[in-house]
Write a protein that binds this ligand. Structure first.
Ligand code: NDP
Length: 327
C-alpha cells in the first residue's frame, strides 16, 4: 500500500483526498519510482481545487513533478536504485503524478537527478524553476546579453519568478521584478532584483507602445501585463511568455512586433524535447546559486497540500513548495 492524493470526479462532485492505494492500481509504465519528494505548482493547485481543467482522466493522482529512486525498471537506461526526477509530460494531468509515495511512468520521461542537487533541492526548483531556465535559455538564444539592459520578471515572488530572478542575477543581468506583494520586496532584493515595481502598474489596459525600457522579459502573468511588457520592451528586445497567473487573454496590438522588432517567445515545459530539458537542468546546476534554494522554498507534508492549493491560487504562497510525500 502507498499514500497518494487522489482526485475524483463523479456524481458526488469534484474532490481531492489523501488515499491509501495498492501498487497494483498504478498505471502502466516501464519504471516504478519510490517517490521521496514532489512539489506544489500552480497547475497542481488548479488540479486539486478543480479551478482549472488540468485533469483529463479520473481518478487522477496530481503532481507534475517528482524526485525519487527507481524501484523496478524494464527501461534500458534505468536500473534499481537510480535517482531520478520527472517534470511534465502530462504527469498529474493524463497520467498519475508525483503527489504520491509511488509512481509508475514511461522511462523516457525521466531525467537522472543532477549530481549537484539533493532530491529536495531538485524539487525546490521543480517545473517552475526548470521553466524559468527555459526562459533564460530562450533569451540567450535570441541574443540578449547583460550589456543589452534590464530584464523584467513578472510574478517575481512566485516559483518561476523567484528562480528566474536568482538565475538572471547570477548571470550578470540587472533584474527588475514586478510583484503585487510589497512585503516581498526584501525577499526579491535578496534574490538579486535591483528594483521592485508594483504589479498594478502593468495590470490595466495600456498604450500600444510605451517608453522603451526592457532588453528582455520573463512573463508568468499574461493578459494586460504581457501586453504592457511587450509595449515597453526596447527595440529588438525579447519577451518570453510562460504563464497565465493574471489571465489567459492577450489584449495587445502588433505595434511592438512590427515597429520595434520585439520577439515574443512562447515557453512550454510539458512537452519540451529531452535535449533541451537536459540542457536546462545542466544550466540550473551551474547557474543557480544552491544556497538561494533555502530562501526560495518551503517544505510541507503530503497532507498539507490540500489546504495550500487554494492559498497558492490566491497568491498567498511565496516561492516554491517542496512536498515530502512520506511526511
Ligand atoms: P506561482 O503561483 O508560484 O507564482 C505566480 C505569481 O504570479 C504569484 O506569486 C504572483 O506574484 C503573481 N500573480 C498571481 N496572481 C496574479 C494576478 N492576478 N495578476 C498578476 N500577477 C499575479 O506560480 P508559478 O510561478 O509556479 O507559475 C506561474 C505561471 O506560469 C502560472 O500561470 C503557471 O501555470 C505557469 N507555468 C507555465 C509553465 C509552462 O510550461 N509554460 C510551467 C510552469 C508554470 P507576485 O505576488 O510577486 O505578484
Amino acid at each position: 500500500m502507498f499514500k497518494c492524493i487522489l482526485i475524483k470526479k463523479d456524481e458526488a462532485g469534484y474532490r481531492a483526498a489523501l488515499t491509501d492505494l495498492d501498487e497494483a492500481q498504478l498505471p502502466e509504465g516501464d519504471v516504478t519510482v519510490r517517490v521521496s519528494h514532489s512539489t506544489l505548482n500552480y497547475k497542481d493547485a488548479l488540479a486539486i481545487t478543480g479551478k482549472g481543467p488540468v485533469v483529463r482522466t479520473f481518478p487522477m493522482a496530481p503532481g507534475i513533478d517528482l524526485a525519487g529512486t527507481v524501484e523496478h525498471s524494464t527501461h534500458p537506461d534505468y536500473k534499481v536504485g537510480d535517482a531520478v526526477i520527472l517534470n511534465g509530460w502530462g504527469v498529474g494531468e493524463t497520467h498519475w503524478g508525483g503527489l504520491a509515495q509511488k509512481a509508475r511512468v514511461n522511462g523516457n520521461w525521466l531525467v537522472p537527478l543532477p549530481a549537484q542537487f539533493t532530491p529536495q533541492q531538485a524539487m525546490a526548483i521543480g517545473t517552475a524553476g526548470y521553466t524559468a531556465m527555459l526562459c533564460v535559455l530562450a533569451l540567450e538564444r535570441h541574443g540578449v546579453t547583460p550589456a543589452h539592459g534590464e530584464i523584467l520578471v513578472t510574478g517575481a515572488a512566485g516559483g518561476v519568478g523567484s528562480v528566474a530572478t536568482a538565475v538572471l542575477t547570477r548571470l550578470g543581468y540587472r533584474v527588475v521584478a514586478v510583484s503585487g506583494r510589497p512585503a516581498e520586496t526584501d525577499y526579491l532584493k535578496r534574490l538579486g532584483a535591483v528594483e521592485v515595481l508594483d504589479r498594478a502598474t502593468f495590470a490595466t489596459p495600456g498604450k500600444p507602445l510605451g517608453k522603451e525600457r526592457w532588453a528582455g522579459a520573463v512573463d508568468v502573468v499574461g493578459s494586460h501585463t504581457l501586453a504592457n511588457v511587450c509595449a515597453t520592451t526596447k527595440y529588438r528586445g525579447v519577451v518570453t511568455a510562460c504563464g497565465l497567473a493574471g489571465g489567459m487573454d492577450f489584449p495587445a496590438t502588433v505595434a511592438p512586433f512590427i515597429l520595434r522588432g520585439v520577439t515574443l517567445v512562447g515557453i512550454d515545459s510539458v512537452m519540451c524535447p529531452r535535449p533541451e530539458r537536459l540542457e536546462a537542468w545542466r544550466r540550473l546546476a551551474s547557474d543557480l546559486d544552491v544556497a538561494k534554494l533555502a530562501t526560495i522554498s518551503q517544505e510541507v507534508g503530503l497532507t498539507d497540500v490540500l489546504h495550500l492549493a487554494s492559498k497558492l491560487l490566491n497568491g498567498e504562497v511565496r516561492c516554491r513548495v517542496i512536498v515530502d510525500v512520506n511526511r
